[in-house]
Design a binder for this molecule. Structure first.
Ligand SMILES: NC(=O)c1ccc[n+]([C@@H]2O[C@H](COP(=O)([O-])OP(=O)(O)OC[C@H]3O[C@@H](n4cnc5c(N)ncnc54)[C@H](O)[C@@H]3O)[C@@H](O)[C@H]2O)c1
Length: 271
């Protein structure tokens, strides 16, 4: 349903790989709520056929950018402002990749080149994106930037390996940059900590199915879907959440504050 929450707003949406991607849903909902935006993804990761469908559906242009490249990001913010006709009001950072996870390497045996790559792609890219935008003064006052994260930044999930440390860094960047960007340009920066979600990145995690079911059995509302996550991101891009910044916001059906649920107790055979 459209409330025109983003009417007249211009955005940049990263990370829409296919229709399961959280970013894909955010793009659909941002379009529904009246925004115009640019879609971007890494040239090598981009499935052109897929993202073109989304671009057509939402009337968006695609500007490829590797989020680890300051040059690409500078081009992204320059061209996006040209295409959209002004400063950017919202940015979604929906980028995550760990080679250690992909190759099934246990945390204690982490390969450091892979670790470094994971940091660069999944956390440092956020700093680079913000720094490029800040120096170019490309985001309008009261603009909103959201990055997606996972609760392994706070609590241990053995199979999430190096990505746990990387997400902790991502969340810290939201606070650190959020201070400077808020003080100097009134731009707000938050992370949304989402439930396990069946996407390419999510399903790459070892034991994802069991882990998804476990979270679903703990959370009183069940796992939040990609669609639910997109709705939440839209509210954070809207003016209704104007004073929210430097926060890590759990979007997980109550999972993060539930110790144990009756469902899990019953499964364990406890009366
Ligand atoms: N799926 C989950 O269970 C879950 C839970 C919490 C948080 N998240 C986070 O949500 C975000 C989006 O992931 P998703 O689950 O939608 O999966 P996804 O695989 O659809 O999206 C990840 C995106 O990152 C992009 N990417 C990778 N390297 C890049 C680079 N160098 N430059 C630019 N883009 C690059 C990929 O092309 C892809 O589009 C990630 O940050 C992920 O960690 C996912």
């Amino acid at each position: 349903m459209s409330y025109n929450l983003l009417k007249g707003k211009r955005g940049i949406i990263t990370g829409a790989l296919d229709e399961n991607s959280i970013a894909w849903k955010v793009a659909e909902k941002a379009h529904e709520q009246g925004a115009t935006f640019v879609l971007t993804n890494a040239p090598i990761a981009m499935r052109m056929g897929e993202i073109k469908k989304l671009a057509e559906k939402t009337g968006s242009e695609i500007i490829p950018a590797d989020a680890t490249s300051v040059e690409d990001l500078t081009n992204l913010f320059t061209k996006s402002q040209e295409v959209l006709g002004g400063k950017i009001d919202f940015v979604l950072h929906s980028i995550g990749m760990s080679v250690n996870i992909r190759k099934n390497i246990p945390y204690v045996d982490s390969n450091y080149d892979f670790f470094q790559k994971g940091i660069d792609v999944s956390a440092m890219s956020f700093h680079k994106m913000l720094s490029v935008a800040y120096k170019m003064d490309a985001i309008s006052e009261w603009g909103s930037v959201v990055a997606l994260t996972y609760m392994a930044a706070q609590r241990t999930y053995p199979f999430y390996t190096d990505m746990a440390d990387i997400k902790a860094m991502l969340e810290s960047i939201a606070r650190s940059f959020g201070y400077h960007y808020g003080l100097n340009k009134k731009v707000r920066i938050n992370t949304v900590s989402q439930s396990p979600t069946r996407t390419t990145a999510g399903s790459g995690i070892k034991g994802f199915g069991d882990f998804f079911d476990y979270a679903n059995a703990i959370a009183p509302l069940g796992n939040a879907t990609a669609d639910d996550c997109a709705n939440y991101c839209i509210t954070l891009f809207s003016d209704l959440t104007k004073m929210v910044t430097m926060q890590n916001l759990f979007h997980d059906g109550g999972y993060s504050t539930t110790g144990v649920s009756m469902e899990v107790m019953t499964k364990l055979g406890i009366e």
